[in-house]
Design a protein around this ligand. Structure first.
Ligand code: PLP
Length: 343
């Protein structure tokens, strides 16, 4: 139940399965109808997430995509605009939800190499108050961005920038705890800089389902209405929330192991003497492997034959997580080396 034996799945940290202890917490959860606000376990998770992030309230939702969409819907109205990274999840990987469901226009900008958005550039894209333009209302950042933890100094500057330019500031913190653990910073040092923060429980934290959106009571109340509209009002959701509570209480510190494993993987892959591959330094729980003159599909297929799952790409993202063991790492490096020799 907890781990598919012998498969090393490096495609994403979303693939983690609940541990036995997490399953016990789920089975034992006290339940009620959460649409009536009566699921004690969901209520406990929402209080816990609000406390941890030092926000007035939080709301439990089925996915990070929905959590980000709710944030966009509470900060922006029809005809408003948010500024976001060109590779940002909230722009590129959420099916255009803000436009489809909120009539909200994205203004995507290229990230700098450290995953930040240059604030002078952002400034130049804030539209003047003129009927020709959408109304710029929100800046949306991502942390970690492609595994990179954004510098705290930058986040403080972004906060001051948004306050002085009349913008709200939302964080897509799908992997926010990876950033905290990697920087050795408390969660609130980061969340204090944002109006709203979305955190995934189903990535490195290892819960099967769910995210939380944390923010001021007034905005969370508005989000609760939109969650129902989007079909995200779940009934005895405490069974899922229990996994989230378990994850927040037990799986944060262990993210350091994932980071060590990624680092070890990066070091071992860098030792492979093959000019067709280039390996990035580990960024939290991710390593990027650039392939030149190697067919990514053939490479992934050969790896899969050796029980190593990857997403074929010329820039292959390898992600460590709860179900990747330290002892798997040398095996992965060895197999990659021998597979490359045959291609
Ligand atoms: C995974 C992820 C999300 C949300 O994804 P869901 O699969 O909808 O839970 C949001 N932002 C980033 C950066 C992510 O990696």
């Amino acid at each position: 139940m907890t781990k598919t034996e012998n498969i090393i799945d490096l495609r994403s940290d979303t693939v983690t399965k609940p541990t036995e202890a997490m399953l016990s917490a789920m089975v034992g959860a006290e339940l009620g109808d959460d649409v009536y606000g009566e699921d004690p376990t969901v209520n406990r998770l929402e209080e816990l997430a609000a406390d941890l992030s030092a926000k007035e309230a939080s709301i439990f939702v089925p996915s990070g995509t929905q959590s980000n969409l709710l944030a966009l819907l509470v900060h922006c109205e029809r005809g408003d605009e948010y500024i976001v990274g060109q590779q940002g999840h909230t722009y590129k990987y959420e099916g255009g939800g803000a436009a489809v469901l909120g009539s909200i226009q994205p203004q995507p900008l290229d990230y700098d190499s450290d995953g930040t958005l240059n604030l002078s550039l952002v400034k130049s894209y804030i539209k003047p108050d003129d009927p020709h333009f959408a109304k710029t209302k929100l800046l949306c950042l991502e942390n970690t961005q492609a595994g990179k933890a954004l510098p705290i100094d930058y986040l403080k500057k972004a906060r001051a920038f948004c306050s002085s330019n009349g913008l709200a500031l939302h964080l897509d913190g799908a992997r926010l705890f990876n950033a905290c653990v990697s920087l050795g910073e408390s969660l609130t040092t980061i969340t204090d800089q944002f109006d709203t923060v979305s955190i995934c429980l189903s990535k490195g934290l290892g819960a099967p389902v769910g995210s939380v959106l944390c923010g001021p009571e007034k905005l969370v109340k508005k989000a609760r209405r939109w969650r129902k509209v989007l079909g995200g009002g779940m009934r005895q959701a405490g069974i899922l929330a229990a996994a989230g509570i378990y994850a927040l209480e037990n799986h944060i510190d262990r993210l350091a192991e994932d980071h060590e494993n990624a680092s070890m993987l990066s070091d071992l892959l860098a030792g492979i003497n093959d000019s067709r591959i280039k390996v990035s330094d580990a960024q939290t729980n991710m390593v990027f492997l650039s392939l030149q003159d190697v067919d990514p599909i053939a490479f992934s297929k050969k790896l899969a034959e050796k029980n190593i799952l990857t997403t074929p790409s010329v820039k292959m993202r390898l992600v460590t997580h709860l179900n990747v063991d330290r002892r798997d790492i040398p095996y992965v490096a060895e197999v990659m080396s021998s597979v490359l020799k045959g291609l």
